[in-house]
Design a binder for this molecule. Structure first.
Ligand SMILES: [Zn+2]
Ligand SMILES: [Zn+2]
Length: 243
Protein backbone atom coordinates (compact mmCIF):
# COMPACT_ATOMS: atom_id res chain seq x y z
CA UNK A 1 0.00 0.00 0.00
CA UNK A 2 1.51 3.28 -1.10
CA UNK A 3 0.27 6.67 0.01
CA UNK A 4 0.08 9.37 -2.64
CA UNK A 5 -0.08 12.96 -1.42
CA UNK A 6 -0.61 15.67 -4.01
CA UNK A 7 1.35 18.65 -2.74
CA UNK A 8 0.90 20.73 -5.89
CA UNK A 9 -1.49 20.15 -8.79
CA UNK A 10 -1.40 23.39 -10.75
CA UNK A 11 0.18 24.55 -13.97
CA UNK A 12 3.10 26.97 -14.40
CA UNK A 13 0.80 29.95 -13.82
CA UNK A 14 -0.68 28.99 -10.46
CA UNK A 15 -4.10 28.68 -12.11
CA UNK A 16 -6.92 28.39 -9.61
CA UNK A 17 -4.49 29.25 -6.79
CA UNK A 18 -2.99 25.78 -7.07
CA UNK A 19 0.61 25.07 -6.17
CA UNK A 20 3.14 23.96 -8.77
CA UNK A 21 3.83 20.32 -9.54
CA UNK A 22 4.81 18.04 -6.63
CA UNK A 23 3.65 14.56 -5.61
CA UNK A 24 4.81 12.77 -2.48
CA UNK A 25 4.89 8.96 -2.44
CA UNK A 26 5.18 7.11 0.85
CA UNK A 27 5.76 3.41 1.22
CA UNK A 28 6.55 2.06 4.66
CA UNK A 29 9.36 4.31 5.93
CA UNK A 30 10.45 5.58 2.53
CA UNK A 31 9.39 8.84 0.89
CA UNK A 32 9.94 9.91 -2.70
CA UNK A 33 9.04 13.36 -4.00
CA UNK A 34 8.17 13.67 -7.68
CA UNK A 35 8.93 17.20 -8.89
CA UNK A 36 9.65 20.19 -6.71
CA UNK A 37 8.09 23.40 -8.02
CA UNK A 38 8.71 26.78 -6.36
CA UNK A 39 5.68 26.37 -4.05
CA UNK A 40 6.58 22.86 -2.86
CA UNK A 41 8.25 23.75 0.44
CA UNK A 42 5.28 25.96 1.28
CA UNK A 43 2.96 23.08 0.41
CA UNK A 44 4.84 20.54 2.51
CA UNK A 45 4.62 22.80 5.55
CA UNK A 46 0.98 23.66 4.96
CA UNK A 47 0.17 19.94 4.74
CA UNK A 48 2.14 19.13 7.90
CA UNK A 49 4.82 17.11 6.11
CA UNK A 50 8.24 17.10 7.74
CA UNK A 51 10.65 17.88 4.86
CA UNK A 52 13.22 15.64 6.54
CA UNK A 53 11.16 12.55 5.78
CA UNK A 54 11.99 12.90 2.05
CA UNK A 55 14.60 10.34 1.00
CA UNK A 56 14.81 11.22 -2.67
CA UNK A 57 13.53 13.78 -5.15
CA UNK A 58 12.93 12.93 -8.82
CA UNK A 59 12.62 15.83 -11.26
CA UNK A 60 10.70 15.27 -14.51
CA UNK A 61 12.19 18.14 -16.54
CA UNK A 62 13.81 21.54 -16.31
CA UNK A 63 10.82 23.88 -16.46
CA UNK A 64 10.84 26.06 -13.37
CA UNK A 65 7.40 24.98 -12.17
CA UNK A 66 8.85 21.45 -11.72
CA UNK A 67 12.37 22.09 -10.49
CA UNK A 68 12.86 25.61 -9.13
CA UNK A 69 11.72 24.70 -5.61
CA UNK A 70 14.70 22.45 -4.98
CA UNK A 71 17.06 25.25 -3.81
CA UNK A 72 14.39 26.32 -1.28
CA UNK A 73 14.16 22.75 0.05
CA UNK A 74 17.96 22.56 0.29
CA UNK A 75 18.05 25.88 2.14
CA UNK A 76 15.47 24.55 4.60
CA UNK A 77 17.75 21.56 5.21
CA UNK A 78 20.67 23.88 5.98
CA UNK A 79 19.04 26.37 8.33
CA UNK A 80 15.62 25.22 9.49
CA UNK A 81 15.25 21.45 9.45
CA UNK A 82 18.91 20.51 9.64
CA UNK A 83 19.62 17.51 7.54
CA UNK A 84 22.44 15.09 8.21
CA UNK A 85 21.58 12.10 6.11
CA UNK A 86 21.94 11.68 2.36
CA UNK A 87 19.51 13.31 -0.07
CA UNK A 88 19.27 11.61 -3.44
CA UNK A 89 18.27 13.71 -6.44
CA UNK A 90 17.29 12.05 -9.71
CA UNK A 91 16.61 13.89 -12.92
CA UNK A 92 17.39 14.41 -16.57
CA UNK A 93 21.02 14.50 -17.73
CA UNK A 94 22.62 17.69 -16.40
CA UNK A 95 20.51 17.72 -13.22
CA UNK A 96 23.39 18.56 -10.89
CA UNK A 97 24.66 21.50 -12.96
CA UNK A 98 21.11 22.79 -13.38
CA UNK A 99 20.34 22.71 -9.64
CA UNK A 100 23.63 24.39 -8.82
CA UNK A 101 22.97 27.06 -11.46
CA UNK A 102 19.47 27.80 -10.15
CA UNK A 103 20.68 27.95 -6.54
CA UNK A 104 23.63 30.17 -7.46
CA UNK A 105 21.41 32.62 -9.31
CA UNK A 106 19.32 33.02 -6.13
CA UNK A 107 22.51 33.56 -4.12
CA UNK A 108 21.66 30.37 -2.24
CA UNK A 109 24.23 27.69 -1.35
CA UNK A 110 24.86 25.82 -4.58
CA UNK A 111 27.48 23.24 -3.65
CA UNK A 112 29.35 21.97 -0.61
CA UNK A 113 26.07 21.36 1.15
CA UNK A 114 26.54 20.43 4.82
CA UNK A 115 24.79 17.08 4.23
CA UNK A 116 25.51 14.42 1.60
CA UNK A 117 23.76 14.98 -1.71
CA UNK A 118 23.98 12.44 -4.49
CA UNK A 119 22.80 13.14 -8.01
CA UNK A 120 21.75 10.48 -10.53
CA UNK A 121 20.93 11.19 -14.14
CA UNK A 122 18.02 9.47 -15.87
CA UNK A 123 18.83 6.71 -18.30
CA UNK A 124 15.74 5.49 -20.11
CA UNK A 125 17.22 2.02 -20.36
CA UNK A 126 17.79 1.69 -16.65
CA UNK A 127 15.73 1.30 -13.50
CA UNK A 128 16.79 3.25 -10.42
CA UNK A 129 16.29 1.68 -7.04
CA UNK A 130 16.04 3.84 -3.98
CA UNK A 131 14.82 2.37 -0.72
CA UNK A 132 11.38 0.92 -1.38
CA UNK A 133 11.06 2.51 -4.84
CA UNK A 134 11.99 1.41 -8.32
CA UNK A 135 11.81 4.24 -10.85
CA UNK A 136 12.02 4.02 -14.61
CA UNK A 137 12.09 7.20 -16.71
CA UNK A 138 10.63 7.51 -20.21
CA UNK A 139 10.98 10.33 -22.73
CA UNK A 140 8.06 12.78 -22.81
CA UNK A 141 6.88 14.94 -25.70
CA UNK A 142 7.47 18.43 -24.34
CA UNK A 143 9.81 21.32 -25.15
CA UNK A 144 13.00 19.34 -25.95
CA UNK A 145 15.33 21.87 -24.30
CA UNK A 146 13.75 20.97 -20.93
CA UNK A 147 14.87 17.34 -21.30
CA UNK A 148 11.35 16.10 -20.50
CA UNK A 149 10.65 12.75 -18.87
CA UNK A 150 7.77 10.71 -17.54
CA UNK A 151 8.28 8.28 -14.68
CA UNK A 152 6.98 4.87 -13.73
CA UNK A 153 7.39 4.10 -10.05
CA UNK A 154 6.93 0.65 -8.56
CA UNK A 155 6.63 0.20 -4.84
CA UNK A 156 4.80 -2.06 -2.43
CA UNK A 157 3.59 -4.26 -5.30
CA UNK A 158 1.92 -1.28 -6.99
CA UNK A 159 2.78 0.70 -10.11
CA UNK A 160 2.24 4.43 -10.51
CA UNK A 161 2.91 6.38 -13.69
CA UNK A 162 3.54 10.14 -13.60
CA UNK A 163 3.36 11.96 -16.91
CA UNK A 164 5.32 15.06 -15.91
CA UNK A 165 4.56 17.52 -18.71
CA UNK A 166 3.87 15.94 -22.06
CA UNK A 167 1.88 16.36 -25.21
CA UNK A 168 0.25 13.45 -26.97
CA UNK A 169 2.52 10.95 -28.65
CA UNK A 170 1.51 7.66 -30.11
CA UNK A 171 3.68 5.63 -27.74
CA UNK A 172 2.08 7.16 -24.66
CA UNK A 173 -0.45 4.39 -23.82
CA UNK A 174 2.21 1.72 -24.33
CA UNK A 175 4.71 3.55 -22.13
CA UNK A 176 2.18 4.03 -19.35
CA UNK A 177 1.44 0.30 -19.56
CA UNK A 178 -0.50 -1.57 -16.91
CA UNK A 179 -0.53 0.56 -13.77
CA UNK A 180 -2.58 0.98 -10.64
CA UNK A 181 -2.57 4.77 -10.90
CA UNK A 182 -1.85 7.08 -13.83
CA UNK A 183 -1.21 10.66 -12.74
CA UNK A 184 -1.67 12.47 -16.01
CA UNK A 185 -1.17 16.10 -16.86
CA UNK A 186 -4.04 17.88 -18.58
CA UNK A 187 -3.08 21.51 -18.86
CA UNK A 188 -5.56 22.17 -21.63
CA UNK A 189 -9.25 21.65 -22.22
CA UNK A 190 -9.09 21.46 -26.00
CA UNK A 191 -6.22 20.29 -28.10
CA UNK A 192 -4.36 23.34 -29.30
CA UNK A 193 -0.74 22.96 -28.22
CA UNK A 194 1.66 20.19 -29.12
CA UNK A 195 3.52 20.01 -25.81
CA UNK A 196 0.66 19.55 -23.34
CA UNK A 197 -2.22 17.12 -23.06
CA UNK A 198 -5.85 18.16 -23.24
CA UNK A 199 -8.99 16.72 -21.68
CA UNK A 200 -10.54 16.31 -25.12
CA UNK A 201 -7.63 14.21 -26.39
CA UNK A 202 -7.53 12.11 -23.26
CA UNK A 203 -11.27 11.52 -23.48
CA UNK A 204 -10.85 10.27 -27.05
CA UNK A 205 -7.94 8.00 -26.13
CA UNK A 206 -9.07 6.79 -22.71
CA UNK A 207 -9.78 3.22 -23.84
CA UNK A 208 -6.16 2.81 -24.88
CA UNK A 209 -4.82 3.22 -21.33
CA UNK A 210 -4.55 0.10 -19.21
CA UNK A 211 -4.72 1.77 -15.82
CA UNK A 212 -6.92 0.99 -12.86
CA UNK A 213 -7.28 4.62 -11.99
CA UNK A 214 -6.46 7.83 -13.81
CA UNK A 215 -6.26 11.28 -12.23
CA UNK A 216 -5.70 14.54 -14.05
CA UNK A 217 -3.24 17.07 -12.69
CA UNK A 218 -1.26 20.18 -13.81
CA UNK A 219 -4.66 21.71 -14.55
CA UNK A 220 -4.75 24.98 -16.47
CA UNK A 221 -7.26 27.79 -16.14
CA UNK A 222 -9.45 26.70 -19.04
CA UNK A 223 -9.84 23.24 -17.52
CA UNK A 224 -10.62 24.63 -14.08
CA UNK A 225 -13.20 27.00 -15.54
CA UNK A 226 -15.00 24.16 -17.34
CA UNK A 227 -14.83 21.23 -14.92
CA UNK A 228 -18.37 20.15 -15.88
CA UNK A 229 -16.93 19.11 -19.26
CA UNK A 230 -14.16 16.99 -17.73
CA UNK A 231 -14.96 13.26 -17.68
CA UNK A 232 -12.09 12.29 -15.38
CA UNK A 233 -11.35 12.46 -11.70
CA UNK A 234 -9.04 15.35 -10.97
CA UNK A 235 -6.44 16.07 -8.32
CA UNK A 236 -6.36 19.00 -5.92
CA UNK A 237 -3.69 20.31 -3.57
CA UNK A 238 -3.68 18.22 -0.41
CA UNK A 239 -5.46 15.21 -1.94
CA UNK A 240 -4.22 12.07 -0.23
CA UNK A 241 -5.04 8.57 -1.37
CA UNK A 242 -3.84 5.00 -0.97
CA UNK A 243 -3.05 2.80 -3.92
ZN1 LIG B 1 4.65 22.34 -15.93
ZN1 LIG C 1 7.02 21.85 -18.65
Amino acid sequence: MVEVLFVGTGDAFGSGGRRNSAVLLRERNHTLLLDCGPSTLLGLKELGVDPLEIDAVAISHFHGDHVAGLPFLMLDYIYENRRERDLRILGPPGIQARIELVARSFEYPSEDWPFPVSFSEFDCNAVFSDGAFKLRPFPAHHQPETCPHMMRVETGGKAIFFSGDTGWHKELPERVGEVDLFICESTLLEEDFEYHLSCSRLQRERQRFDCRRMLLTHLGSEVLDNLEQVEFDITYDGLSLRV
